[in-house]
Design a protein around this ligand. Sequence first.
Ligand SMILES: [Zn+2]
Length: 262
Amino acid sequence: MFDAHTHLQDPRLRDVLGDVVRQAAQAGVTGVCSCGTTPDDWEATYRLSQTPLPFVLVPAFGVHPWHARHLPADWFETLESYLDLSPVAVIGEIGLDGVLDGVPIELQEQVLVRQLELAERVRRPVVLHGARIWGRLVDVLKPYARRMPGFVVHGFGGSGEILKQILNMGGYVSLAGSVCNPKAEKIRAAAREIPDSQILIETDTPDLFPAGGRPAAIGANGKPLNQPANLMCVLAEVAALRNTTPEALSDLTGANARRIFL
Ligand SMILES: [Zn+2]
């Protein structure tokens, strides 16, 4: 299994990372993409990518829309230097978030566009975050979609129409544990509709703890923290929705992940 979206460098996991890594390997995780979100966690992401692990770790460096405000003046140069340092790295997690208060959409968009231009220039795939304003994200993405070496829309939660547009642009669509919620109809519909060649699965560790999962630890807010071993829950649910076996879906999504990330 390949976990297409995690934040293994997240400080909330620091004390339990050894167990998290061991349990992931035992559960059959053979690869993960670990996404930075702010200049503040790029060094931890880079260091983790240099640590020997029992699975492949693809680092991603980028500014998440939540962090598009109060960026240091040299953030873009720092981002370029981490990509130079890490030839296997991709660009992420970047995007637009319409749920968030306090970071103006125009500013989110400026920061996103600079990173999309960079992806085109340095030929790296991109990992995208969307929330609520999916249509705007698709519009911003359109001119770049075919000029970048590929992109992943993680934790997809948009409409069928948005899904169609992403698929037509050649994007990969990654499903997280929210697919296990019987009320998440849009996401469950997407799980049936994404073609074999464009589907990925993820945990979004340490967030989006799935029902029936095993907590990595209990967070400061009293809620369980997610871990890549719980990818099994997502795999089983998506396989059932697509009328296939977990083994076949694991092979399929693993091959897709290798095509985009490696
Ligand atoms: Zn994320």
